[in-house]
Design a protein around this ligand. Structure first.
Ligand SMILES: [Zn+2]
Length: 299
């Protein structure tokens, strides 16, 4: 019965089954010469590169440190994870070199996020699949609960691209997810006790974090026009902020003038984008700055 059905199958069915081997595999004797030629052409064009792709380790590239950590943790040894962003470079100003573009194009999966998406999207080849985690929300990783969800989302995507590693990916994703959720619980506990409930900052990255912990977010990266700047300054004064947070990776820069105008202190927050500091380190530093700047009692 099985063999009868097999014999009755169209040439298309045979082509699909014959995809894996490179030329040299024996085609069905019953195929016509024309079908054999087509088979050969398809194998040369598609089958072989698919086979080679299956033999290579799965390569994932990204330009954001927090996403690199996510891919390296969830992917483990089965995945080659490549952080394209060089040391000492702000991702918002990054212009990829030809070598970095080549590395990007060698990747099977590209994780997008943060402010680098436009630059990366322009450079993608046809071979790459892209993944915008957390629905593409910029800086989502600064909310650890969203980071946890992104870990599980990535675990599923890697399982689809490399089914043999599925168990491994899902287990690792779950471990990372739990670690991020534990961080979230500590942050929630610490930040629920802050007497200041306003997070004023100059990077424009901490909206997801502020939303998660019930803080009002004042985004001074939007103070680009004099009118908008005046509006934000008067709002900050009304809310009685005592600290302006600047991008710790970039340095205080323009935040200095703002802090003088407001008569407040400056403290750093880190966006998790640069190469130098890993995700959990970044978040621990942020928690320390937030506790100090928002007057949160406790340890
Ligand atoms: Zn950013």
């Amino acid at each position: 019965m099985g063999s009868a059905r097999l014999a009755g199958r169209s040439i298309r069915g045979r082509l699909i089954r014959a995809k894996a081997p490179c030329p040299g595999s024996r085609a069905s004797r019953s195929a016509t010469l024309a079908s054999l030629l087509w088979l050969l052409v398809l194998l040369l064009l598609g089958g072989c590169s698919q086979k080679e792709a299956a033999d290579r380790p799965l390569r994932v590239a990204t330009a954001v440190r927090a996403l690199y950590d996510l891919a390296a943790e969830v992917g483990g040894e089965r995945v080659e994870t490549d952080l394209l962003l060089p040391r000492g470079v702000d991702p918002h100003d990054w212009e990829p070199s030809p070598g970095e573009v080549a590395r990007l194009r060698a990747a099977r999966l590209v994780l997008l996020g943060g402010g680098v998406d436009p630059a990366l999207r322009r450079l993608l080849g046809r071979e790459q699949e892209t993944l915008s985690l957390a629905g593409g929300e910029p800086h989502f990783w600064l909310d650890p609960r969203k980071y946890a969800r992104a870990a599980r989302e990535l675990g599923k995507v890697l399982s689809r691209l490399d089914p043999e590693g599925k168990e491994d990916y899902l287990r690792r994703a779950e471990e990372l997810g739990r670690r991020a959720e534990e961080l979230d619980r500590r942050m929630e506990e610490a930040l629920s006790r802050c007497s200041v409930r306003v997070l004023a900052e100059t990077h424009g990255a901490f909206g997801p974090l502020a939303a998660r912990y019930g803080l009002l977010w004042l985004d001074f990266s939007r103070a680009s026009t004099p009118g908008r700047r005046a509006e934000l300054l008067s709002r900050a004064r009304r809310e009685g902020i005592g600290v302006l947070f600047y991008d710790g990776d970039e340095g205080p820069g323009e935040a200095v003038q703002l802090s003088v105008q407001l008569g407040v202190r400056l403290l750093p927050l880190y966006a998790g984008e640069v190469r130098e500091r890993d995700y959990f380190e970044t978040m621990e530093q942020n928690l320390r700055s937030l506790r100090e700047g928002l007057s949160c009692p406790g340890r």
